[in-house]
Design a protein around this ligand. Structure first.
Ligand code: PRX
Length: 660
């Protein structure tokens, strides 16, 4: 592995994890897949007849308007096409097909941060989606147009996404925690014609000023935006621009309740979702319709074991891929009832999640390790106040979960009754890739276990050879295309190829993570192998933060690395070289505060550096490359063991270490 990879840096704590948890009998007896034999049967089908395995599932799980003949088309690899001559509509599959038998079933149970609740049946949701879809059409949005959605976690956000899908418009949801600047960049890259937002949202006891940020973004650019639809959520005063902005309620007032879905081909882009990579510019990950939908459905069934009477709660925001696949699409596509919560886990106190689970009788709960760690820290008394007996399955996603947090989740929340599904996947993969089948597979704290049927994940060395030796780290790759994979990076095919395919000459998909397998073949994710960090499960490119820092008039150069953080997983550590003199003793609290605010404005509050250290220079090799590994060592407060003799100025080491 290269000098830059994180292999073996963060691995010690989990290296000797040997606890094994069998599927609880009470769970397994009722599970969809509850024997090893059934699971092996699926795996064998996938291995023996890969394409027909997926085609069979696609016929069984999706309602097609015109059946597909072609399964996998690799003629333009790595731009793979799945089921491309089939016609479907994703919104039809999520709504219409359930109406006859389950129209009265609750689709969404919503709870606002301030305690307001709303229940929406499939019939009602269908009606609202149709009305909003007609509204979009009336305004002139058509097949292939891009629509940016910048909204709080409220059902209207799902309605907006589903309405786009219904008419073949391509949505791009921008996380409500991103700044005006980030919103503008994404709108411009997508060339969006419309923005759908809200006056604001409730989060952490405060109002998130979405409309104000949207106005700021549009004032700075975004010439392609013609209209802004504004949903009223908080009711506080906002500016409305005549001729451009329309209140949601006014816009839908005359819209009909029936809207024939637009049948699109399976490869039609369902959405773009921007995510961070190794360079400064976020990538618009482009997903398909048919293949993506299939991944969402199969994993809802295999990994979440979703059943008719479940109440499924995924806490992810719709601004992330998890909120797309396991809030906006997956649960609806399988006709489930899901819960949506608008706010923070700590309002009014750290028992809010458990209170929601108790009151609504949540049966499947899916969240991020960072939330588990933060709530664990608050102690066992908060969950103990609530009756959590409705829970039957727990899940985690977004970053490695440390065994201690896993065990707490298992004992205190799952009360040793609920299997835990640690699901490894990415914005790019569309759905779970490596995860347990909870009724048929034992789990180990900290491991995402084994690849799902039809997913050819492997760990390989620099040459692309499988690493067979247990516990030896390498690159995580996927060896065959899969239906829900990304199709490209919006407007940048070349970057798609160079980021994911060039490393192994187009043969394997490179995930960007390093991983190892243990003696049982179980996968352990070791972290990113590139310059991406995971802060509270949010994916941030270190280069993106560096670009934001150097855009500040006082900053000449910056290097950003991640350092371990007990709650957030990783924290952001920035080394900054100023124009002019370094502050006396390396300390300037006012400037540090300014830089943090600045990065918050450029990207969003999640990207604010936790530590900023000033130096006269950055450590570079003779070829001018920043020695990031050295910076990581220093950020962790560890002893420097690497060779530093090639540094231009060894003296800066003391400054970098904060000792001068
Ligand atoms: O590093 C891996 C980590 O999150 C990355 C993908 O981030 P994003 O596209 O934001 O999607 C997150 C939600 C799917 C991966 O490359 N990651 C995700 N899940 C896990 C994980 N790391 C360890 N264990 C997981 N279960």
């Amino acid at each position: 592995m290269t000098e830059e990879t994180m292999a073996s840096e963060s691995i010690d704590s989990i290296l000797h994890e040997e606890r094994l948890f069998q599927p609880p009998v009470t769970f397994a007896t009722k599970a969809r897949i509850n024997t090893r034999e059934r699971l092996q049967e699926l795996q064998h089908q996938a291995e023996n007849d890969y394409e027909n395995f997926w085609a069979g599932l696609a016929r069984q799980e999706i309602t097609w308007q015109r059946p597909f003949q072609s399964i996998l088309d690799s003629s333009r690899a790595p731009h793979f096409r799945w089921f491309h001559d089939g016609l479907l509509n994703v919104s039809y599959n999520c709504l219409d097909r359930h109406l006859a038998q389950h129209g009265q079933k609750t689709a969404i149970v919503f709870e606002g941060e301030q305690g307001d609740t709303r229940r929406i049946s499939y019939t009602e949701l269908h009606r609202e989606v149709c009305r909003f879809a007609n509204t979009l059409k009336n305004i002139g949005i058509t097949h292939g147009d891009r629509v940016v959605i910048y909204m709080p976690m409220i059902p209207d956000a799902v309605i907006a996404m589903q309405a786009c899908a219904r008419i073949g418009a391509i949505h791009s949801v921008v996380f409500g925690g991103f700044s005006a600047e980030s919103l503008k960049d994404r709108i411009e890259d997508a060339g969006a014609r419309m923005l759908i937002t809200a006056d604001g949202g409730h989060r952490g006891g405060k109002i998130v000023e979405l409309k104000a940020a949207a106005d700021k973004a549009l004032a700075k650019g975004c010439p392609t935006i013609e209209h802004v639809i504004v949903c009223r959520r908080t009711g506080h005063d906002i500016d409305m621009h005549a001729g451009r902005d329309i209140w949601w309620t006014d816009a839908v007032a005359d819209a009909g309740e029936k809207c024939e879905p637009m049948w699109v081909d399976s490869e039609h882009p369902l959405f773009l979702l921007y995510t961070s990579g190794s360079t400064g510019k976020p990538k618009g990950i482009q997903h398909s319709s048919g293949g993506y939908l299939l991944g969402a459905i199969t994993t809802m069934k295999w990994v979440f074991d979703i059943q008719d009477n479940d109440l499924f709660w995924c806490t992810a925001d719709i601004g992330w891929i998890t909120g797309h696949t396991y809030v906006a699409y997956g649960p609806l596509a399988v006709g489930a009832t899901m819960l949506m919560y608008e706010g923070a886990p700590t309002v009014p106190d750290g028992g809010r999640f458990w209170d929601i689970c108790e009151r609504h009788k949540v049966s499947i709960f899916y969240t991020a390790p960072t939330a588990i760690r933060a709530l664990m820290k608050l102690g066992d008394a908060l969950p103990a106040r609530h009756d959590l007996s409705s829970l039957r399955l727990l899940g985690t996603v977004g970053e490695p979960i440390n065994p201690e947090a896993w065990m707490w989740y298992h004992h205190v929340i799952g009360q040793e009754r609920c299997p835990i599904v640690d699901t490894w996947w990415q914005t790019e993969t569309g759905c779970h890739m490596i995860a347990p089948i909870p009724g048929a597979m034992p789990t180990k704290p900290g491991s995402c276990t084994l690849p799902l049927p039809g997913i050819t994940a492997d760990v390989v060395d620099e040459q692309g050879n499988s690493i067979t030796q247990p516990d030896k780290g390498g690159y995580l790759v996927i060896k065959k295309p899969w239906p829900s994979m990304l199709r490209t990076i919006w407007g940048d095919d070349q970057r798609y190829i160079s980021t994911y395919w060039d490393k192994f000459s187009g043969k394997y998909y490179l995930a960007g993570d390093s991983a190892r397998r243990d003696q049982d073949g179980y996968f352990w994710i070791m972290g990113r192998a590139d310059d991406v960090i995971k802060v509270s499960g949010h994916r941030l490119g270190t280069m993106e933060i560096e670009s934001a820092l150097v855009a500040h008039p006082r900053v000449a150069e910056a290097a950003v690395v991640g350092r371990p953080d007990e709650i957030k997983g990783e924290a952001i550590f920035a080394y900054v070289v100023l124009r002019g003199k370094r502050p006396e003793g390396g300390i300037d609290e006012v400037l540090t505060g300014d830089l943090r605010t600045w990065v918050g404005e450029q990207i969003g509050p999640i990207a604010k550096p936790d530590d900023i250290r000033y130096a006269d220079n950055l450590p570079k090799t003779r070829s001018g490359k920043i020695m990031r590994r050295l910076l990581r060592t220093i950020a962790r407060g560890e002893e420097i063991t690497q060779d530093t003799s090639t540094l231009e100025n060894e003296g800066i080491l003391l400054q970098l270490q904060g000792k001068e």
